[in-house]
Design a protein around this ligand. Structure first.
Ligand SMILES: CC(C)(COP(=O)(O)OP(=O)(O)OC[C@H]1O[C@@H](n2cnc3c(N)ncnc32)[C@H](O)[C@@H]1OP(=O)(O)O)[C@@H](O)C(=O)NCCC(=O)NCCS
Length: 203
């Protein structure tokens, strides 16, 4: 049986934040994770943001946007990417409902949405996505986020297993992730798109 070493990464792969000028390489790989996942497509904004250079904080004054890449050091090629963001669509809904700046800032800081995670075909099953995910969550934890969530195509057994192995709870299709509120703002739900299911974990 294959020995599972999810923490071991090949010596010639380095995980780091994306540099300005890498917007195209980044979004080309992000496309692998984003196609067929609804009409919302923020690849152009992602491309521009990366090329401008970081660090990135949401317009709510808190909440990191983290773009990580896996670089194959001998060729300087980008072979994996991860994009993790504050829950922007939930925040937009709260704003429409009249939430104040403090509630918006607290929500932007507390929650992380896994927006895109992808590894080039030839580099899969070597622990690269695992390393990207682990590093992204550690960065958000250092910035005081405490719950991460995302969504994938309902019934995808490979992704179900992947996220379970990383400590996530897989929600039933259609079931939202509840983002607990506070004294100033009620709980809000992040609902899956049709045909998708949510996963979440504390970090
Ligand atoms: C999902 C995806 C990102 C996984 O990338 P990856 O780099 O292959 O992932 P990892 O190597 O970290 O883990 C995947 C598998 O390799 C295994 N693995 C991890 N490290 C290993 C190692 N050192 N040696 C052997 N196997 C290893 C894991 O156990 C896992 O096995 P599984 O198939 O039983 O779950 C990749 O398949 C992809 O880009 N898919 C298309 C986009 C997509 O669907 N993204 C998710 C959007 S929610």
């Amino acid at each position: 049986m294959r020995r599972r070493r999810p923490d071991a990464l090949p010596d010639n792969i380095q995980i780091r934040e994306a540099h300005s000028g890498e917007g195209k390489a980044f979004t080309d790989l992000a496309a692998l994770a984003m196609e067929g996942h609804g009409d919302f497509d923020d690849r152009e904004a992602m491309h521009e943001a990366i090329d401008e250079g970081g660090p990135f904080i949401s317009r709510f004054g808190a909440g990191r946007i983290v773009f990580l890449v896996a670089e194959h050091t001998p060729t300087a090629g980008i072979v994996g990417i991860s994009s993790t963001i504050p829950p922007l669509s939930v925040l937009a809904g709260m704003e429409r409902n009249g939430a104040d700046a403090v509630a918006l800032g607290a929500t932007a800081m507390a929650y992380v949405k896994l927006r895109a995670l992808a590894v080039a075909d030839d580099y899969r099953r070597q622990g690269i996505a695992s390393a990207l995910l682990t590093k992204a969550l550690a960065i958000h934890r250092d910035h005081r986020a405490f719950l991460a969530y995302g969504q994938f195509t309902a019934g995808d057994a490979g992704l179900d297993r992947f996220y379970r192995r990383h400590g996530f709870t897989i929600h039933a299709p259609g079931e939202p992730v509840i983002l607990p509120g506070n004294s100033r703002y009620p709980d809000v739900g992040a609902s899956p798109l049709p045909g998708e299911q949510m996963f979440s974990r504390t970090i």
